[in-house]
Structures are given as C-alpha cells and as structure tokens.
Design a protein around this ligand. Structure first.
Ligand code: ADP
Ligand code: ASP
Ligand code: MG
Length: 487
C-alpha cells in the first residue's frame, strides 16, 4: 500500500521556515513505545513504518520495554552495597543491547561506532554506580555535579540513550538517513527530579532551530523520549511514560500534521484490554476525554501528552505497531458522534484524606486554608468532595503526605485511608444524563463507595477499595458500554 512513496532520503527537500503555518511542512511525529522496540525484529519493523511515512518523519523513541524499570533499581542496589548484583545487572543490560544491535547491523558490528557508543553508555553507568557506592560508604565524597539524586536521573535516561542508537541504526540499515538527536539539546526543563516541567518557549525555539534544518536536508531526527535537560545541562526526566509527552511537545513545536503514538494495542480502548477483554477500540476521542482518561489511569497515553496536544490542538493517533494496518484512535478537537459513555479507567494507589474542621475554625476560610497548604506543597489533588464541616480529597502521591498531614492537624481532625482506587467513566454530555449513576450503583452492589465526584460533562469518578477496582471496571463496562446503557 505504501510501495510507491519515496523514502525520506529520496524526497526533494522543500524549504521549511520558522513562519510555516502548522501542517504546511507535512511533519509527522512517530513515537515508539518500549514494546514497539522490544527486540531486533520489532526495531526493524519500527524503522520500516518510518520509512513508509508519506510525510517528513521525526522519530521519538522510548527505552526498550522493561529497561527503565531495571535502570531505576540500580542506584538503590549500589547504595545498599550490593556490588555483585548491580554489576551483574549492568553486564546483562550491556549484553542485551549489544545483542539487539548485532541483530540490526551487518555481520561483525563490534567495531562500529554504534557498538562503541552502546559500550560507552554502559561503562558510564558502571562508573557512576561505583561512585555512588563509595560515596555511600563514606570512602569518597561526591562532587556537587554528582549529587546522588541527579545520578539517578542520568541512569534512568540511559534507556532512551541506548534505544535511539538502535533505531537510528535500523533506519540507516534501510537506507533512511536516521540521525540521533539528543533530547537534552531540545527539551529544556526546570531542575526538578522525576517530573521535570518543560519550559515551553525555549523548548519550541530549540526544537525548531535544531530540527527544521535537519528536515530541510531530508534527514530523519531520532530523539530520546522521556528526557530533557536544564539550562546548565543537567539531565532531567519527564515522569514515567513520558515519551508520549516528548512526542506531543516536538509535534506542537513543529506544527506537525499528526503525532502517531505506536504502542502495543490497536488504539485507545473502551477500557484497559488487559482488565476488560471485551473492551473495543474507539475510532475517535475528544481532547478533553483523552485528558481525563489519561489522568485517571489509562496508561496508553501520558496525561501530560494529552494535555499538551489538547492545548495546542495537535492531533494524536494511537496505533499498534504490531497491527499497523489498523487505523487506531484519532484524538482531536471534540467529537460530536459516537457513544455517550466512551470508556472507563481506573487508577490504584490512591489515598483519601478527610479533613474535619474543629469548631473554633468553622468560620469561612476553612477550604481556602486546606487548599493553600496543598498548593504550597505542590500536591496535585484529583477528586474533592465537601460538606459544611469537612472536606475530603484524594492524592496519588505519598511523598508529601506526612508534612501535609502535620500542617492540617494544627487546625483540623485528619483521617487518612490508603489503598483505594478511582474508577472514572469518560464520555460526552455526561452531566445530568439519566441512568449513569443508577447503572454505576447497580454494578457496585454492596461494595462501599468512598467518594463520588463529577465536575464536568466528560467525566465522573468514584472511589472504591483497590482490590475490588478491576471487578468494578468490568461491571461498569458491561452496564454502560457493552449494554449501551445510556444511549
Ligand atoms: P508504551 O510502552 O507503548 O508507551 P504503555 O504500556 O505505556 O505502552 O501503554 C499501553 C498499555 O496501556 C496497553 O498495553 C494497555 O494495557 C494499557 N491501557 C490502559 N488503559 C487502556 C485503554 N483504555 N486503551 C488501551 N490501552 C490501555
Ligand atoms: N522509558 C520511560 C518509562 O518506561 C518512558 C516511556 O516509556 O515513555 O517510563
Ligand atoms: Mg507509555
């Protein structure tokens, strides 16, 4: 079907300028998730998908599936003095990536620059871990630049540093001029660990300045997802699953026609297909719906990516690299057609805090005081419900819990319930639509609900015990989606 489309290297390079209106440059972003580059055959296949792209491709790639998890564990092993264990794991990671590269390059790849770079990244990790271990034992002090927390970031980022080498090599092996392009020179962020926030203006400028000339030369940039850097060059990461965010940022900066998120499922489904086997692919989804779904647990798209694309109206398409003929899900503007209830998601690991004001403080200003404390600790709140004397809200981060609790306890009684899950129904025109809450309560039976919250037309959430959440999702899917509940 794509046979007659010239490969990027053979295309005539049209002139691109900074003033190009969106879509005129025909830029297409292709983001490959970890499974889509899970082995040499898949990496080759990903490269083929890029080669067939009718537009001007820019590639964003995640670490190979499972690698970020493995890298994340290494610093703790070093801190615990588990020298044998971390050294063995680094050795395995080196062998694994060497083998992948060997499967992509012509015979005897060992002397090639790509192989040397893979080896260099792994030996960098080894050095850093050794340093971390010695520093922890007190036998060596770390230089300010080797702050252990930041060492963690650099080690995590190595997964993507390695996968760009692999995918760019696979592209070149197919005659496509893939060029590794360091995300640290494109995505400028604040110095915050774990969920660094990109600085929009600088990032847009850097992305355009670096990538437009490359595209003009007919090159295909291959960029690490998930990572960025501060002004002074410190590596940062955008949060787990953050490669989608990188793709949305680059797509918006370049005015891309479409950002394709290639993953291991054939689009956004009406529920996580691993939880609800009857879930179906949604051909279309509105931006707002996508943001709610992502935020409330549908891992298939990162919430920050959905938000970024929605705010800049960049169309996102979610497709399966294992089934590339399927159209997938198109996320754009706001849909007018299709079912009222589109999907149901859940997110575990949620904590419910209930704050009851003490009589002395019952006067106005109670809510303001509670939320001021949360804002000061930069704690995002998901769901809120209030009564005259209490307010209850959910958090999905535990880090700040103790500090927040102590402050609240100075003027209120605080109770904390953990191991809860939000279940969220997403759709359009949900406010006031008869039948939805009834159907939800029917599926819940005598299971307790801790909080129910609906602030918009596109989502309704409630809180149940973590262990029962998957069953509730299945039940809600059956009642409201399979049964066409509220059509
Ligand atoms: P990638 O590595 O490609 O970024 P992820 O694992 O982050 O992939 O996201 C894909 C996974 O998201 C799927 O395998 C699926 O289990 C999960 N998922 C959760 N909710 C949904 C949903 N509503 N539709 C599709 N997939 C979902
Ligand atoms: N490799 C990172 C992670 O596993 C980012 C991503 O895959 O999107 O979280
Ligand atoms: Mg993902």
């Amino acid at each position: 079907m794509y046979g007659r489309i010239p490969r990027p290297s053979q295309r005539k390079a049209a002139t691109l300028t900074h003033t190009d209106r969106p879509h005129t440059a025909n830029v297409e972003i292709h983001k490959f998730g970890g499974t889509s580059v899970g082995d040499a055959a898949r990496i080759r296949h990903a490269a083929e998908l890029v080669a067939r792209s009718p537009g001007r491709p820019v590639v964003v790639v995640s670490a190979v599936a499972g690698v970020t998890d493995r890298l994340e564990r290494l610093p703790d092993l070093a801190r615990q003095g588990e020298t044998g264990a971390w050294r063995e794991e680094v050795r395995k990671l080196a062998a694994f990536h060497r083998e992948l590269l060997g499967g992509l390059l012509p015979a005897d790849a060992s002397g090639r620059p790509e192989a040397r770079r893979v080896a260099g990244i792994l030996s960098g990790i080894r050095d850093r871990l050794a340093l971390l271990e010695e520093a922890d034992e007190g036998s060596r002090s770390l230089a300010p630049d080797d702050d252990p927390a930041w060492v963690d970031q650099e080690i995590q980022a190595a997964g993507e540093d390695l996968s760009v080498i692999l995918l760019a090599a696979a592209l070149r092996a197919q005659g496509v001029p893939g060029r590794e392009t360091d995300a640290r020179t494109l995505i400028r962020t604040e110095a915050r660990r774990g969920t660094a926030v990109p600085r929009d203006e600088e990032t847009v400028r850097l992305v355009r300045d670096r990538l437009l000339p490359m595209l003009e030369r007919g090159e295909v940039p291959v960029i690490q997802g998930f990572i960025g850097a501060t002004q002074d060059g410190r590596t940062t990461t955008l949060g787990r699953g953050g490669s989608d965010f990188t793709a949305a940022i680059v797509g918006a900066a370049l005015g891309a026609k479409e950002v394709t998120i290639w993953t291991d499922v054939a689009g956004i489904h009406s529920a996580d297909p691993r939880v609800v086997p009857a879930a179906r692919v949604l051909p279309e989804l509105g931006f707002e719906e996508a943001v709610e779904l992502a935020w409330f647990g549908a891992r298939v798209i990162h919430p920050a990516a959905a938000k970024h694309a929605a705010a800049r109206e960049v169309a996102l398409r979610i497709r399966s690299s294992l089934d590339p003929e399927a159209e997938g899900t198109l996320i754009r503007s706001d849909r007018r057609e299709g079912p009222a209830v589109a999907a149901v998601a859940h997110r575990a690991g949620v904590t419910l805090i209930t704050v009851r004001s003490r009589p002395l403080f019952m006067a106005h200003g109670f809510l303001a005081r509670v939320f001021h404390i949360l804002a000061r600790h930069a704690v995002p709140v998901d769901l809120v419900a209030t009564s005259h004397t209490s307010t209850a809200f959910t958090l999905d981060r535990r880090e700040e819990l103790t500090a927040v609790r102590e402050e609240l306890e100075q003027f209120a009684e605080v109770t904390v319930r953990e191991r809860l899950a939000t279940v969220t129904v997403v759709g359009r025109g949900l406010l006031g639509r008869p039948g939805i809450t009834g159907a939800i309560f029917r599926t819940l039976g005598d299971r307790p609900v801790n909080l129910i919250s609906q602030a918009s037309d596109v989502s309704l959430s409630f809180l149940v015990d973590e262990e029962g959440a998957a069953k509730v999702v299945e039940g809600v899917h059956r009642e409201l989606i399979e049964g066409g509940g509220t059509e």
